[in-house]
Design a protein around this ligand. Structure first.
Ligand SMILES: [Zn+2]
Length: 273
């Protein structure tokens, strides 16, 4: 089925509406993948944020500016996290502390965040370098990995949320006055949560469904005989049972939906990376 890409990406830090009461904010990333999309629900007395960006000066400046504008009128009241990768969890701890906002995420992602932030043995950069070396990475490259990764997570995620409210597959959250159902996914991360709102025909897919690029599926030394690709494929096969009328709001790229046009390649000229 062809994919139709919707909307032009906003300028970094400039909230734009994508649905009633739902804002799209694009934040910069210091990688080849140079941005992440996060989502802000305007509610009666507060905002609820889905994912947070990394702890780097330009992202911190965006949250400070939004603190002086949007959140000066209604505070940031809740933070929902799809998963524990730095671009999603990075600013959750500082923002939760600043606003006294609870953090909602799965238990698997929460404890993964705590373990990585604590650089526990077996989950730190040297363990990753050793694991890659055991699969043939030459010693020089393994040492480069150790140096590049050492401390990187802590730089991007300076403090973990100190507590959390657990999200599980099948839970329903009221966000912006509408029911959103949690869909757990595996293979990209431990217990990724995507959010589906059938009344609004929307899916916040996190990193489980992305346009243009494939999501990262990796084996790590903590589960050396794991099969994350099997887990990922099973997860997206479950997601494939969702209505194909949903507009997908992904963490990277632009919103998209299944194209129902009978015209061949009708979406080819509307693609926006
Ligand atoms: Zn991710």
């Amino acid at each position: 089925m062809a994919i139709e890409r919707l909307f032009e990406p906003p300028e970094p830090g400039q909230p734009v509406p994508v649905a009633p009461g739902l804002l799209w904010v694009r934040l910069p990333l210091p990688f080849q993948l140079n941005h992440i999309n996060v989502w802000l629900f305007e509610e009666l007395h507060q905002y609820t944020l889905v994912d947070t960006g990394v702890n780097l000066p330009d992202v911190v400046a965006i949250w400070e500016k939004l603190g002086q504008t949007l959140f000066a009128k209604k505070p940031l009241g809740r933070i929902v996290l799809t998963h524990a990768h730095p671009d999603h969890v990075g600013m959750a701890g500082p923002l939760a502390r600043q606003y006294g906002a609870p953090v909602l995420m799965s238990a698997g992602e929460y404890f993964f965040t705590r373990a990585i932030c604590a650089a526990v043995p077996g989950m730190n950069a040297s363990a990753l370098a050793d694991f890659l070396a055991s699969h043939g990475l030459v010693a020089e490259k393994a040492e480069q990995t150790n140096k590049a990764r050492g401390g990187l997570f802590n730089k991007l995620v300076p403090e973990p949320p100190l507590s959390f409210l657990r999200l599980q597959h099948g839970d329903t959250l009221t966000l912006g006055g509408h029911p959103w159902t949690c869909h757990a996914g595996h293979g990209h991360s431990v217990e990724h949560i995507s959010l589906v709102c059938e009344p609004l025909n929307l899916l916040i897919s996190g990193d489980m469904l992305l346009p243009s690029i494939s999501t990262n599926v990796s084996v790590y030394g903590t589960e050396p005989d794991g099969n994350p690709l099997k887990a990922f494929l099973e997860s997206v096969q479950r997601m494939a049972k969702l209505p194909d009328t949903l507009t997908v709001l992904p963490s990277h790229g632009v919103p998209l939906k299944a194209c129902t046009s009978a015209v061949p390649n009708c979406c080819a000229t509307t693609s926006t990376a």
